[in-house]
Design a protein around this ligand. Structure first.
Ligand code: FAD
Length: 311
C-alpha cells in the first residue's frame, strides 16, 4: 500500500483511552481526521507499571497496573467501524513471549494483519530497559517470533498450515535512539531489523526536516531500501518545548523556539506549532515521501489544521 501510493499518504497514531474511559474519544479523533483519507491508523501499546497504593495502615503496597489496555480490541473496532486498516503496535516491554503469541492469535481471528513491532518503553520504575524473564530483549527478537508465527510455528514447536502472514514496520530515529552509542550503530541495527523482515520504517518525531533527509541518505547508503515514513507532531502547548526533547530525545530548532517565545498565550503557541508542522509537511511532500505519520496525542485539532493545509 505504501509502495503503490500515487501521492503522499496520510496516517496517524492514537493511544488507547485510559482504563475506565470509553472508546468514544478514539472515534472522535478518527471522525475529525477521516476526511483526509487515512490509509491506516496505528494504535499504540503500553506496558503495565508498578504503582504504590496507600494502605489503611499508611504503608504503601506495590500494585502492577496497566492503565491503557485495549490495543487489540480498539484495532478491531476501528477496522470494523471504518474499514480503515488498523496497525496495532506490539512490544517486548512487559509482555512474555506466550502473551505475545495470544495477541497474534487474537489479531489473526480479527483479520488484522499489519503490525508495528517495537521494543517498547522501559518500565517507569526502572532506570534502564529490562527484558522480562520470558520476554524479548530487542525488537528484532520479537520480529523473529512473528516470523515463526507467520510460518505457522508456535512457541511450543507445534505447526499449522501458514495463513496470511503479518506484514510489519519498525521504528527508526533520525536523531538516534537515546541508548545507541552513535547513529552509525543505531543504523546498523536498523538494517538488521530490515533484513529480518520489516517492510518499512516509521520515524520518531522530528522538528528539523534536514535531520530526516540526512537520516534517509545514510540509511540508503547503508543499503536500507524500504520506505522510511516521517513522523510529525505539531507542538501544542508551551511545556512541550522542554518535555518533548526530554521524553523523545529530539532537538527543537532555534528558529522554532524563537517564534514560540514570542507567543503570549497558549493558543498562539498552538498556532505556531501548526505553522511549523505545516511547513515541515509541505517540504516532505515536495520531497516525495510516501506517507506522513502524525502523532495525534493532545494534537488532533492541530493535525486537522495541518492536514487541511497540505492534503
Ligand atoms: P530496538 O530496535 O530494540 O532498539 C533499542 C536500542 O537497542 C537501540 O539503541 C538500538 O540501536 C539497539 N539495538 C537494537 N537491536 C540491537 C541488538 N540486536 N543488539 C544490540 N543493540 C541493539 N513504545 C511503546 O512502549 N509503545 C508504543 O506503542 C510505541 N510506539 C512507537 C512508535 C514509533 C513510530 C516510535 C518511533 C517509537 C514508539 N515507541 C513505543 C517507543 C519505542 O518503543 C522506544 O523508542 C524503545 O526505546 C525502542 O524501541 P525500538 O523498537 O526502536 O527498539
Amino acid at each position: 500500500m505504501i509502495q503503490d501510493a500515487k501521492k503522499t499518504a496520510f496516517s496517524f497514531e492514537i493511544l488507547p483511552p485510559l482504563k475506565g474511559s470509553n472508546i468514544e474519544r478514539v472515534f472522535r479523533t478518527i471522525d475529525t481526521l477521516r476526511e483526509f483519507d487515512p490509509k491506516y491508523i496505528n494504535i499504540t501499546t503500553h506496558r503495565s507499571e508498578v504503582v504504590y497504593k496507600t494502605m489503611e495502615n499508611g504503608l504503601f503496597r506495590p500494585v502492577v497496573e496497566r492503565n491503557r489496555p485495549g490495543t487489540v480490541a480498539i484495532s478491531a473496532a476501528i477496522q470494523n467501524k471504518y474499514g480503515i486498516t488498523a496497525v496495532p503496535h506490539i512490544i517486548c516491554s512487559g509482555f512474555t513471549k506466550a502473551e505475545t503469541e495470544y495477541v497474534l492469535i487474537d489479531l489473526k481471528f480479527l483479520g488484522i494483519t499489519d503490525l508495528l513491532i517495537l521494543r517498547g518503553d522501559k518500565a517507569k520504575s526502572d532506570k534502564n530497559f529490562k527484558a522480562g524473564e520470558d520476554g524479548h530483549r530487542y525488537a528484532i527478537d520479537l520480529q523473529q517470533q512473528v516470523n515463526q508465527f507467520n510460518q505457522g510455528i508456535f512457541l511450543d514447536g507445534s505447526k499449522v498450515e501458514p495463513t496470511t502472514p503479518f506484514s510489519y514496520g519498525i521504528a527508526g530515529y533520525p536523531e538516534k535512539h537515546d541508548e545507541a552509542p552513535n547513529l552509525d550503530s543505531d543504523i546498523y541495527y536498523l538494517k538488521e531489523k530490515v533484513k529480518a523482515g520489516a517492510d518499512y520504517v516509521v520515524t520518531q518525531m522530528f522538528f528539523d526536516n534536514q535531520k530526516y533527509f540526512d537520516f534517509v541518505d545514510r540509511c540508503r547508503a547503508e543499503g536500507i531500501t524500504v520506505p522510511i515514513i516521517p513522523g510529525l507532531k505539531p507542538l501544542t502547548v508551551p511545556d512541550q518545548m522542554t518535555v518533548l526533547p526530554k521524553i523523545f530525545h529530539v532537538d527543537i530548532p532555534e528558529t522554532f523556539t524563537k517564534e514560540l517565545r514570542k507567543c503570549d498565550n497558549d493558543e498562539a503557541v498552538r498556532q505556531v506549532g501548526v505553522e511549523w508542522c505545516t511547513q515541515q509537511a509541505k517540504e516532505l511532500i515536495a520531497h516525495g515521501v510516501p506517507s506522513i505519520h502524525f502523532y495525534t496525542l493532545m494534537a488532533t485539532k492541530s493535525v486537522k489544521e495541518v492536514a487541511q493545509a497540505v492534503y
